[in-house]
Design a protein around this ligand. Structure first.
Ligand code: PMP
Length: 485
C-alpha cells in the first residue's frame, strides 16, 4: 500500500468521539483504513484484510477498480455537475444502459443519491399513484433512515423512538429459519438448512411430524419431494392478509420488500411467497416495490435483479449501493403510468441525482460487471462459499443456519441448534474480532446482531473463499475452546 503521513490513530479516535455523529462502528478499536484495492483493504499499519463485506454490500466490482477509476478521472476533467438543468451525454448513455436491464414496462428512471432518498421517492410515487396512504413492509426490513423511510425500517436498533412512520404498517416477516412455521427447505438457496417445519405430509407421511431429533432427516426428504412451500408459506400469507385487513380504508398505497433482507441478516422468504403477496397488494390497489439496494446488479448470481429470483414483476424498483461501487448514486425505476401520477402531484427535482460523475461511474460499473462476468462469478463462487459454510454449520453447534444466494450470505449464530436462541452478542463479537485479527472483514446483521453477513465485491475468487472459510472456522473453534474453559 501507498505510505502517507496522516492523523495518528489516537487523534482519529478523539475526533470520532468529539465530532462525529456515527454510532455504528465495528470493533472496540475500529479499523483505520488507508487504502483499498479490489477485494482488499489496508489499514494504517499496512495490515491487509480480505474485505468480505465490501463497505456494507456496496463496492460491487472492487475498491478502486482500475477501469472505474480511469472513467472517473476522465469525467473529473470534463464536467462534474449540471444540476440536471442541462443535458450531458454520460447521463443519457447511462439511462439507456440501465433501462435496457429492466423488463417492460419499467422504463422511467429517477436518479437519486442514496437508498433512503430512492425509497422516499418510491413511497411518494406509491401514494400519488394509488391515492391511498398505507404502505406495508416486513418486520426486520431496512429501507432507509430518512424521516419517511424510517417508518418502513423495522430492524430493532433502527426503530425510531419518536412518533414517525405515518401510514406505515409492518407485517410478519416470513423468516423460514426463525419464524414460527419454518419451511427453510422452501427458500431459494443452494443450502437447505432444514428445521422443524409445518410442511404438509409428503408421501412418507413425515412432514407434519418433524421433531428436533429427526428434523434434519425427515423434513429434508419431504423438502426434496415438495415443489411448493406448502403450509409454511400459506401460514405467512394468512398473516399478510391479516395485516391487509387492518389497513385504513379499502385500498393500500403499496408494499415494499427486499428480495432478500440484508440488514436483518440475509433473511429469505419461502418460494412463491412474494408472488402471492404481490397479487394481494394489487387486488387492494397498491403498487409493489422491490428494494434492490443490496440485491441488485448481479449480487444474487442467478439473476441480475433480486425480484427475478421470485418470479415477480414490481411496479417500482429502487437501487443504490452497488450501482456506483461506493460512489453516491441511486435510482428509482418505474412505469410511465406511475411516473405520470407522480408528475401530477409534484414537480420532482434533485440537484445531485444522476450527476455526470455518478452516471459515468455507474456506466463503468455496468461495463465491468459484463466484461468480467461478475454475475456469473457471483453464482459460482457464492455457491462454492455457501456449500463450504454448510459444512461448518454441520460441524459446530453454534452455527444455526447458513443461507443466501450468490454473494449475499448469512451465517446465523445460535446458543445451540435445538433452541435456535441467538448466540449472545458478546460471544458473536469475539468471533467477529477473531476474524478481523486473522485478516478477514465480515459484517453483522439481525435483530440481536447474531448473524454474520458476507457480501464481498463480486470479483472474489475460490482461493479467497478458502481463506475466509479457514479463518472463520479458526475463529469459531477458538471461541468454542474459550467457552469450554
Ligand atoms: N434499502 C436497503 C435494502 C438497504 O440495505 C439500505 C442501506 N443499508 C437502504 C435502503 C438505505 O440506503 P442508504 O444508506 O444509501 O440511504
Amino acid at each position: 500500500p501507498e505510505k502517507y503521513q496522516s492523523m495518528p490513530y489516537s487523534r482519529v479516535l478523539e475526533v470520532y468521539r468529539e465530532h462525529l455523529s456515527c454510532e455504528l462502528v465495528y470493533f472496540p478499536d475500529p479499523l483505520l483504513l488507508h487504502q483499498g484495492h479490489m477485494q482488499w483493504l489496508f489499514d494504517h499499519e499496512g495490515n491487509r484484510y480480505l474485505d468480505f463485506f465490501s463497505g456494507i454490500v456496496t463496492v460491487s466490482v472492487g475498491h478502486c477498480h482500475p477501469k472505474v477509476n480511469a472513467v472517473a478521472q476522465k469525467q473529473l476533467g470534463r464536467l462534474w455537475h449540471t444540476s440536471n438543468l442541462f443535458f450531458h451525454p454520460p447521463i443519457h448513455e447511462y439511462a439507456e444502459q440501465l433501462s435496457a436491464l429492466l423488463p417492460d414496462p419499467l422504463k422511467v428512471i429517477f436518479f437519486m443519491n442514496s437508498g433512503s432518498e430512492a425509497n422516499d421517492l418510491a413511497m411518494l410515487m406509491a401514494r400519488a399513484h394509488s391515492k391511498s396512504t398505507d404502505i406495508i413492509s416486513f418486520r426486520g426490513a431496512y429501507h432507509g433512515c430518512s424521516p419517511y423511510t424510517i417508518g418502513l425500517s423495522n430492524v430493532g436498533q433502527f426503530k425510531m423512538k419518536l412518533p414517525s412512520g405515518e401510514g406505515c404498517q409492518s407485517t410478519m416477516c416470513p423468516d423460514v429459519f426463525r419464524g414460527p412455521w419454518g419451511g427453510s427447505h422452501c427458500r431459494d438457496s443452494p443450502v437447505q438448512t432444514i428445521r422443524k417445519c409445518s410442511c404438509a405430509p409428503g408421501p412418507t407421511g413425515q412432514g407434519g411430524r418433524c421433531t428436533p431429533s429427526n428434523m434434519w432427516g425427515a423434513c429434508f426428504f419431504v423438502g426434496l419431494l415438495s415443489t411448493d412451500c406448502c403450509q409454511a408459506k400459506d401460514q405467512y400469507i394468512e398473516q399478510f392478509k391479516d395485516t391487509l385487513s387492518t389497513c385504513v380504508g379499502k385500498s393500500i398505497a403499496g408494499f415494499f420488500a427486499e428480495p432478500i433482507q440484508g440488514v436483518n441478516g440475509v433473511v429469505q422468504y419461502p418460494k412463491g411467497f412474494l408472488k402471492e403477496v404481490f397479487q394481494l397488494v394489487r387486488e387492494r390497489g397498491g403498487v409493489c416495490i422491490a428494494d434492490e439496494v443490496q440485491t441488485g446488479f448481479g449480487r444474487l448470481g442467478s439473476h441480475f435483479w433480486g425480484f427475478q429470483t421470485h418470479g415477480v414483476l414490481p411496479d417500482i424498483v429502487t437501487m443504490a449501493k452497488g450501482i456506483g461501487n461506493g460512489f453516491p448514486m441511486a435510482a428509482v425505476v418505474t412505469t410511465p403510468e406511475i411516473a405520470k401520477s407522480l408528475a401530477k402531484s409534484v414537480l420532482h427535482f434533485n440537484t445531485f441525482g444522476g450527476n455526470p460523475m455518478a452516471c459515468a461511474i455507474a456506466s463503468a460499473v455496468l461495463e465491468v460487471i459484463k466484461e468480467e462476468k461478475l454475475q456469473e462469478n457471483s453464482l459460482e463462487v457464492g455457491t462454492y462459499l455457501l456449500l463450504k459454510l454448510a459444512e461448518l454449520r454441520d460441524e459446530f453447534e453454534i452455527i444455526g443456519d447458513v443461507r443466501g444466494k450468490g454473494l449475499m450470505v448469512g451465517i446465523e449464530m445460535v446458543k445451540d441448534k435445538a433452541s435456535r436462541q441467538p448466540l449472545p452478542r458478546e460471544e458473536v463479537n469475539q468471533i467477529h474480532e477473531g476474524c478481523r485479527r486473522m485478516g478477514l472483514i465480515i459484517g453483522r446483521g439481525g435483530l440481536f446482531s447474531q448473524t454474520f453477513r458476507i457480501a464481498p465485491s463480486l470479483c472474489v475468487t475460490k482461493p479467497e473463499v478458502d481463506f475466509a472459510v479457514d479463518v472463520f472456522r479458526a475463529a469459531v473453534s477458538q471461541h468454542m475452546e474459550r467457552r469450554a474453559k
